[in-house]
Design a protein around this ligand. Structure first.
Ligand SMILES: N[C@@H](CCC(=O)N[C@@H](CS)C(=O)NCC(=O)O)C(=O)O
Length: 211
């Protein structure tokens, strides 16, 4: 049975998984979860994803949630050895990959996610943006990307010279920065970041998912 992805096409976390499926040409069926109808809070949904959030996958009866865990599972099962994620038997390469993946969650998502919440999602729901929070988050993200620039001056991608999931994980919230007119990824203020961002955001997989 083909892998089923239960998600919402506008959700950043769903897009994170879709990008990996497209990148690796994995056949899948998309099952749209209707937020407006509250389908993600239904008892059947919460029985699989206890937080009532998208996405989750059903791979021939094996159900898994958390977009980054799903991405790792898909890459290891369908990607072939060493594609987007190192061969698990290579301890040092795997450790460097996990370091980069952790950097994304701790130093990017932790600020770019709340920024998108303030500037993009709150207005959509008729809520007031907290301007002080935006200022604080923007300044922190700026400082974090200065460090990214140093890391990316030494290697092509975050975990070395090969692209991995750790790079792709940045795409959904990274793309929302431009929507907010926050141009740290593109302006050239951080030239190595700009080179890296142009590379990963130009991939056919992401272009398709973000179309
Ligand atoms: N850490 C989770 C986060 C999941 C998440 O926050 N999903 C959002 C969409 S991107 C959602 O379902 N929001 C609706 C809600 O929380 O009620 C993951 O990466 O899968």
């Amino acid at each position: 049975m083909v892998l089923k992805l239960h998600g919402n096409p506008r959700s950043t976390c769903t897009k994170r998984v879709l990008t990996v499926l497209e990148e690796l040409n994995v056949p899948y069926e998309f099952v749209e979860v209707d937020f407006a109808k509250g389908e993600h809070k239904s008892p059947e949904f919460v029985a699989v994803q206890p937080f009532g959030q998208v996405p989750y996958i059903d791979d021939d009866g094996f159900k898994l949630y958390e977009s980054r865990a799903i991405a790792r599972y898909i890459a290891l099962k369908y990607g072939g050895i060493g594609k987007l994620i190192p061969d698990p038997s290579d301890l040092k390469k795997t450790a460097l990959f996990e370091q980069a993946a952790s950097v994304e969650q701790s130093n990017f998502d932790a600020f770019a996610g709340p920024l998108a919440y303030e500037n993009v999602f709150k207005p959509l729901f008729g809520q007031q943006t907290d301007k002080a929070a935006v200022e604080r988050l923007t300044a922190t993200l700026d400082a974090k990307l200065a460090v990214y620039d140093t890391i990316l001056s030494k290697s092509k991608y975050l975990a070395g010279d090969e692209i991995t999931l750790a790079d792709l994980f940045h795409l959904p919230y990274g793309s929302l920065l431009a929507v907010q007119k926050i141009d740290f990824l593109e302006s050239g203020k951080y030239p190595n970041v700009a080179r890296w961002w142009k590379d990963i955001s130009g991939r056919a997989s992401w272009k398709k998912v973000n179309a």
